[in-house]
Ligand binder design. Structure first.
Ligand code: ASP
Length: 312
């Protein structure tokens, strides 16, 4: 049988064992499994790693439990501004989209940027116009409005006002990051990565994080594919996704050592909490995080999904 592997994440944060209601935990696990199986189906039929990461990401974008597509968090103004990226390791082609609010599946828009334009990143109104030209499915604000995310915004807005009155900020590690992503190595040994996010709750109008920036939240070449989640600003300054590749390429680090150093050293130096998923061309997988937990999963050719949330 041809060997392949797919890994996914659904965000990292304060995910302490025992604090989530059992049925809520079960829903998250089921959604992660569904995403793994969607990617597996593609790879089993001989599909590419690019097709597989997109298929897995689509499932998570459509699931309101995760901060991407439906379920995206709100900006300070109570709107949605979503970012996404894809990268194909074999060809080094990449596409990304930032600050879009009406596209049902931002990961498909990112892929269209890669395949239909000579550009890597489109943002804002121009990106929305491109998506409409491409005939991709759009959705109105009601589709993206989920009660949980609205409550989260209201809580943070209130907290911010209290902070102006000298209240201490909650530790950044208490934030939950719900970005989704996938990395895969297909039967031919080709790698790909995809990441999709609503960004951070209460973010400023126009703020773009690491997810759609190639080399920061998303990266793939012939050696490694990476998708990150966490405080975007820190991942951006650390060049997190590419730093994994660079440590392997120039420092000859193993996949696990490179990714561990990025999450537990480089990103933390910028005060960044979060994690990443990475796969190399030998189909090794690593899923490090420096938070309490990270929604994550791996599936290999045998088709058995492995899903986890908490620290070992
Ligand atoms: N990294 C994302 C951002 O900063 C957020 C997340 O991972 O949840 O936009």
């Amino acid at each position: 049988m041809t060997e392949f592997v797919l890994a996914i994440h659904g965000g990292a944060g304060t995910l302490k064992r025992g604090t989530m209601a059992p049925e809520q935990e079960q829903q998250h696990r089921a959604a992660l499994e569904q995403a793994l199986l969607a990617g597996h189906a593609v790879l089993q039929q001989g599909g590419s790693s690019l097709d597989a990461v997109v298929a897995a990401t689509l499932v998570l974008e459509d699931c309101p439990l995760f901060n991407a597509g439906r379920g995206s968090v709100f900006t300070h103004e109570g709107l949605h501004e979503m970012d996404a990226a894809v990268m194909d390791g074999q060809t080094r082609r990449a596409g990304a989209i930032a600050g879009i609010s009406q596209v049902r599946n931002p990961v498909l828009a990112a892929r269209r940027v890669m395949e239909q334009t000579g550009h890597v990143l489109l943002c804002g109104a121009g990106a929305e116009a491109f998506v409409r030209d491409q005939g991709l499915d759009t959705a109105d604000a009601a589709y993206f409005h989920t009660p949980l995310r609205w409550e989260q915004l209201l809580a943070v807005r209130e907290t911010t006002q209290a902070i102006l009155d000298h209240t201490e900020l909650k530790a950044p590690s208490e934030t939950k990051f719900g970005t989704v992503g996938a990395v895969a190595c297909d039967g031919a040994g080709n790698l790909a990565a995809a990441t999709s996010t609503g960004g951070l709750t209460n973010k400023r109008y126009g703020r773009v994080g690491d997810s759609p920036i190639i080399g920061q939240g998303t990266y793939a070449d012939t050696q490694v594919a990476v998708s990150a989640t966490g405080m975007g600003e820190a991942f951006m300054k650390a060049m997190a996704a590419y730093d994994v590749a660079a440590r392997m390429k120039y420092g000859h680090a193993s996949l696990a050592d490179a990714a561990h150093a990025v999450i537990h050293d480089s990103v933390l130096q910028f005060g960044g909490y979060g994690g990443l998923i990475a796969v190399d061309h030998q189909r090794n997988v690593t899923l490090p995080f420096n938070t309490e937990g990270m929604y994550r999963g791996v599936i290999r050719s045998d088709g058995r999904p492995h899903v986890d949330i908490y620290r070992a």
